[in-house]
Design a protein around this ligand. Structure first.
Ligand code: C2E
Ligand code: MG
Ligand code: MG
Length: 735
């Protein structure tokens, strides 16, 4: 037991009387008497345990008993000495956690103790006289008083500690509160952030100086005032709905950017973070909004958007802005929209010839002229050398055309750039329409399509978008897409039209005419797709298929009444003829199919051999050498000269149907008749056979026979028919 007694009873006279015995009870050097130990053990049972170690408790109490014995034996007897023993009894922990006294009587203070000691102590401590018993009674009263005093002191001290702690805590809280209030007051009054307090009904009840400054106010305005009164009308709806959501408590905070109407006009962009404040019962009581001035951020953003949407060279709005402007033009209040898509013709040439610096200078100057010519209409730069002019609510396409004409005229005079004069032209595509039926993307596409038409006309001009033409082009485009692979998908058919000897009416040959069995559009004549195939290159595989198919079928044809099997006449596209390997292909097809070369006639157009293209001429010579017949198709529609015709290694001429048409009436067109007559004589002089196309009547057939025409072809003799119509031709199942 190592407690240090600080009890009042342990000091003063008691200490002097029982020196060295004040407790915490020191271990005694001597061994206590067994009777004392026994008594101590009985006493320990009556007291709250001071230590978990019961031997230690007994030992401590034994020491106290010895001290009691000494006090009782002291001369003179001084009963107050026992007070220190009672105080030390408490100080040693034999009071449990008691801090108060239940009753005033000594027995109440130490229930059982007084009786035990009164009865057992004399024997244990070794005294028996009546005076000592009296001393014991007095001493026990003092012991109880010392114990009670110690408990009281202990309670008093606990209270004092508590009070001191409470005071300390209160002081700390007050200091913290004062500090935090000062802190928050500084933020509120001097901080750069605007703070507003508002009621749940939307009434602003407090504004801090920063918020006032933000709104351009010199001092706090009269409050309360509706929050709506501060918000820019355009943002009111968004602000109001955010406010309502916050007031509803879901969520507890809101964050929104709004414009506040600033004093003296204009507005301030504020980033508002609102919080819902609740009372102690958890009910929403009011709102606090922290407002940060983010105007600069918005100004920067506007400048960036502005910079990114303006072309630096010409200072014109760029493509993004054009699209934005077109979209806006389709907004409410606009009935019609017109768009001119402008492209500088051959601008690349200027760049290449004069350098990019001059090119840039030219574009800037060009943009200036366009801007002036466009008047009130928006001019934008949509690409390198591409511009656009947007007309909102034009009177009709006429007004857009007039503007386009002004634009073209404005470019007529040459430009002085890079120290020299440069002339340029431009093409313009025009689209105009109602905002109710068009959409921005369609208008832009239409102007672009019209621009390509203007370009196709050679430039320096304008073209107006025509939906029908566009639809036709779209259909053609779809056909071209379908053309590729149509050979592999076996969609082509060959029909045959007889070529008849006009003198005897005997079929000499058949012209192979291609048809496309289109999966969606049905049977298509060559007029629909040959030109597309030529332009797209698809004619090469198609022509190869036609040649092979025609030769294979013709190889099986039966001989006619004159004992000779008819020849097959295959049309060859001007694209095919100069193709490398064409002649070899013909020769190998003949070899593969077993068709005699003289039974194959290739029809070529004047166009194919016009201009003496060496490759084509060489091909013709080689084919002729191989024994293949060659016919010049649609003769008379081209510009062949007699001299040229003389050199051409062909066997026959097919006079174009348009000359034959004039011979159909009872009284034939004398001009057509004499032209045909002359053509026949000329051809015969060149030892060329002559075939007349498009013979539709008997009259025509007779007249042509009279004029000396060798062969005829046309409805009168029979239209083109599938291959099974040819004697000896394939069975119907093949087609
Ligand atoms: P083309 O070679 O001059 O063929 C004659 C065209 O005249 C055929 O039209 C034929 O059907 C038509 N025709 C025949 N008789 C009459 C008649 O009495 N009156 C009228 N008005 N027309 C008649 P189709 O089959 O539509 O062929 C048109 C053109 O397509 C051909 O003209 C030819 O240039 C080209 N073509 C046809 N098949 C092929 C082919 O296999 N390859 C190539 N490259 N072109 C072909
Ligand atoms: Mg032909
Ligand atoms: Mg023809």
């Amino acid at each position: 037991m190592v407690a240090v007694s600080h009890l009042p009873g342990a000091d003063g006279p008691l200490r002097r009387v029982a020196a060295g015995s004040v407790g915490p009870v020191p271990a005694q050097a001597r061994t206590p008497r067994p009777e004392v130990v026994q008594l101590a053990a009985r006493w320990a049972e009556l007291l709250p345990q001071a230590s978990a170690d019961s031997a230690e408790n007994v030992e401590t109490l034994g020491v106290l008993l010895d001290r009691l014995g000494a006090a009782l034996a002291a001369e003179p007897f001084w009963p107050l000495a026992a007070r220190g023993i009672g105080a030390d009894l408490a100080a040693s922990g034999f009071c449990g956690d008691r801090t108060g006294i239940v009753g005033d009587a000594p027995e109440d203070v130490l229930p059982g103790t007084l009786r035990l000691l009164r009865d057992a102590a004399p024997a244990a401590l070794g005294f028996v006289g009546p005076s000592q018993r009296l001393r014991l009674v007095l001493a026990l009263d003092e012991l109880a008083a010392g114990f009670a005093g110690a408990l009281r002191f202990r309670a008093h001290q606990a209270q004092e500690d508590l009070m001191r702690a409470t005071l300390r805590a209160r002081r700390n809280v007050e200091r913290a509160l004062a500090e935090s209030e000062a802190h928050y007051r500084t933020i509120y009054t001097q901080g750069p952030v605007g703070i507003a307090v508002a009621t749940l009904d939307g009434e602003v009840v407090d504004l801090n100086p920063a918020a006032c400054r933000m709104l351009g106010l010199m001092e706090t305005p009269p409050l309360p005032r509706p929050a709506a009164a501060f918000v820019h009308p355009d943002d009111y709806e968004a602000f109001d709905s955010a406010y309502r959501r916050l007031v509803s408590g879901l969520p507890d905070t809101m964050s929104i950017d709004v414009r506040f109407a600033a004093l003296g006009g204009g507005h301030v962009w504020g980033h508002v973070t609102g919080s819902l404040i609740r009372d102690s019962a958890g009910r929403p009581s009011h709102l606090i909004a922290v407002i940060e001035d983010v105007s600069e951020r918005y100004r920067l953003r506007t400048r960036l958007v502005e910079a990114s949407s303006r072309d630096r060279l010409t200072r014109l709005p760029n493509r993004d802005l054009t699209e934005q402007a077109v979209r806006q033009a389709f907004g409410p209040g606009t009935a019609r929209v017109g768009l001119c898509a402008i492209d500088v013709d051959d601008f690349r040439r200027v760049n290449e010839a004069q350098g990019h610096a001059v090119g840039d200078e030219l574009l800037a100057a060009l943009a200036d002229r366009l801007r002036t010519a466009a008047g009130p209409h928006l001019v934008t730069r949509t690409g390198g050398d591409e511009f656009a002019v947007l007309l909102t609510d034009p009177e009709g396409v006429g007004e857009v055309c007039a503007v386009a004409d002004r634009l073209l005229e404005s470019l007529a005079a040459p430009f002085h750039v890079g120290g020299r004069w440069v002339g340029v032209t431009a093409s313009i595509g025009i689209a105009e329409g109602s905002t109710a039926v068009e959409c921005p993307a369609e208008l832009e596409r239409a102007a672009g399509v019209a621009l390509s038409w203007a370009k196709a006309q050679g430039g320096g001009t304008r073209a107006v978008f025509d939906p029908e033409r566009d639809a036709g082009e779209a259909a053609r485009f779809a056909l071209v897409a379908g053309l590729r692979g149509a050979v592999d998908r076996e969609q082509f058919r060959l029909w045959y039209q007889p070529l008849v000897g006009l003198g005897d009416g005997v079929v000499r040959g058949y012209e192979a005419l291609v048809r496309w069995e289109h999966p969606e559009q049905g049977l298509l004549g060559p007029g629909r797709f040959i030109e597309l195939a030529e332009n797209s290159g698809a004619i090469v595989p198609l022509g190869r298929w036609i040649l092979a198919r025609a030769c294979r079928e013709a190889a099986g044809w039966a001989p006619g009444p004159d004992g000779r099997a008819p020849y097959v006449s295959v049309n060859v596209s001007p694209v095919q003829l100069p193709e490398q390997g064409f002649v070899d292909e013909v020769v190998s097809v003949l070899a593969e199919t077993g068709l005699a070369p003289h039974r194959l006639q290739l029809e070529i157009t004047e166009q194919a051999v016009l201009g003496d293209e060496p490759a084509s001429m060489d091909a013709l010579s080689a084919l002729r050498a191989a024994g293949v017949r060659l016919a010049l198709d649609d003769f008379g529609t081209g510009y062949s000269s007699l001299a040229w015709l003389r050199r051409l290694p062909v066997h026959a001429l097919k006079i174009d149907g348009s000359f034959i048409d004039g011979l159909r009436h009872d009284r034939p067109d004398p001009v057509d008749e004499s032209i045909v007559g002359s053509l026949v004589s000329m051809a015969h002089a060149l030892r060329l056979e002559v075939t007349a196309e498009w013979i539709e009547t008997e009259v025509q057939a007779e007249r042509l026979a009279r004029l000396g025409c060798d062969q005829g072809q046309g409805r009168w003799f029979g239209d083109a028919r599938p291959g099974d119509s040819v004697p000896g031709g394939p069975a119907r199942t093949i087609e």
